[in-house]
Design a binder for this molecule. Structure first.
Ligand SMILES: NC(=O)c1ccc[n+]([C@@H]2O[C@H](COP(=O)([O-])OP(=O)(O)OC[C@H]3O[C@@H](n4cnc5c(N)ncnc54)[C@H](OP(=O)(O)O)[C@@H]3O)[C@@H](O)[C@H]2O)c1
Length: 328
């Protein structure tokens, strides 16, 4: 291995051990100095980004549009969605950025959004599951499902399941689940995924949903082996976005000078979406700062294979998707 790569690896491993430095703009700045510039071309590629009007989703959409991609922004609020779309169009000069009003906590809304998408494009190259919530109190969706589970878990699950046939038909294509380093702290409580039998804890619900997103990426990767659909989960580090400020005000104040910008938080997501040479990577990995990372660390709790099976059975049952429906 050449000396520069050895230094980069040692610096990365050292940073990783500090956690705090690793997740902040310090980690980003240090690692970035070792990254090679890759020319991505996204003309003719069609992408879907959920939660695209704010924070990371907006930064991802901006970058993909600037690279020439057609981007469908899946947003729940028409005014916020259109304001973000107009800003991105103005900044990039792209006329290929479209808004679809989709509430990712509502299964009917997701199904309608997929129907409208299919009517507008016959291909899909990149799906970025990004919309997410961290709530302080238990809420339920229009489908009567606990809101964090409905949005962060079933939202990712249903949208991806519905789009898998189109992704396979468009292969090589990519699916990215925007998870969180918080997933290291959690294992799924498969007997109480919706916090019906334990006191509600928004941070725990969030961490479990983020663990679920990693499990989903791994499961789809197994199923999609050989189809040309690349699928990964990743975490963005700590980025200065409205959800962090509103959901975790104490944490936000403490870390404020060290947050990554939304564009920096979006870096690995955009890199995974666009990098031309990732096809040989093992599928279903967990990424951070352009490198695969372990699924468990710091002695984090693990689900048994039987629990993971039951989790997927619940996802299929609650969304009405027949198991392995796309024939993968
Ligand atoms: N920022 C970080 O440090 C960090 C760290 C780890 C992981 N993440 C993950 O990054 C992703 C993006 O979060 P962010 O930090 O960029 O926060 P953000 O700026 O608040 O963005 C969240 C986006 O999700 C959308 N959203 C929420 N519920 C939705 C629903 N039911 N339907 C459609 N869209 C919905 C929001 O729409 P509205 O504007 O309408 O609310 C917003 O566009 C999340 O999955 C989060 O878990 C972020």
């Amino acid at each position: 291995m050449n000396p520069l790569r050895l230094i980069a690896r040692a610096a990365d491993e050292l940073l990783d051990k500090t956690i705090v430095l690793s997740f902040t703009n310090v980690g980003y700045a240090l690692r970035r100095s070792f990254w090679k510039k890759v020319e991505e071309a996204m003309q003719g590629k069609v992408c879907v980004v959920t939660g695209a009007n704010s924070g990371l989703g907006k930064a991802i959409t901006h970058r993909l549009a600037a690279l020439g991609a057609t981007v469908f922004m899946f947003c729940r609020n028409p005014e916020r969605g259109e304001a973000a779309r107009a800003e991105i169009v103005e900044a990039t000069g792209s006329d290929r950025v479209f808004l679809e009003i989709v509430d990712m906590s509502s299964q009917a809304s997701i199904r309608d959004g997929v129907g409208r998408l299919m009517a507008q494009t016959d291909r899909l190259d990149v799906l970025i599951n990004n919309a997410g919530v961290l709530l302080s109190e238990r809420q339920v969706s229009v489908d009567g499902i606990e809101m964090t589970f409905a949005t962060n878990t079933l939202g990712y699950f249903l949208l991806t399941e519905l789009l898998l046939p189109r992704l396979k038909a468009s292969a090589p294509s990519r699916v990215l689940n925007v998870s969180s380093g918080g997933m290291y702290l959690a294992k799924l409580d498969v007997d109480d995924l919706q916090f019906e039998h334990r006191p509600y804890d928004g941070v725990k619900a969030y961490a479990e949903s983020k663990r679920a997103e990693v499990l989903m990426a791994r499961r789809w990767a197994e199923r999609l082996d050989g189809t040309g659909v690349m699928i990964h989960a990743l975490h963005p580090g700590w980025a200065d976005t409205p959800s962090v400020e509103n959901s975790l005000p104490g944490f936000y104040k403490a870390v404020r000078p060290f947050f990554r910008t939304p564009a920096q938080g979006a870096d690995t997501i955009v890199w995974l979406a666009t990098h031309p040479h990732l096809a040989g990577e093992e599928n279903g990995q967990f990424w951070f700062d352009r490198k695969t990372r372990p699924f468990h660390k710091w002695g984090s709790p693990r689900n048994t294979p039987e629990e993971i099976e039951r989790f997927f059975e619940t996802c299929y049952a609650l969304t009405g998707i027949p198991q392995e429906s796309d024939g993968a």
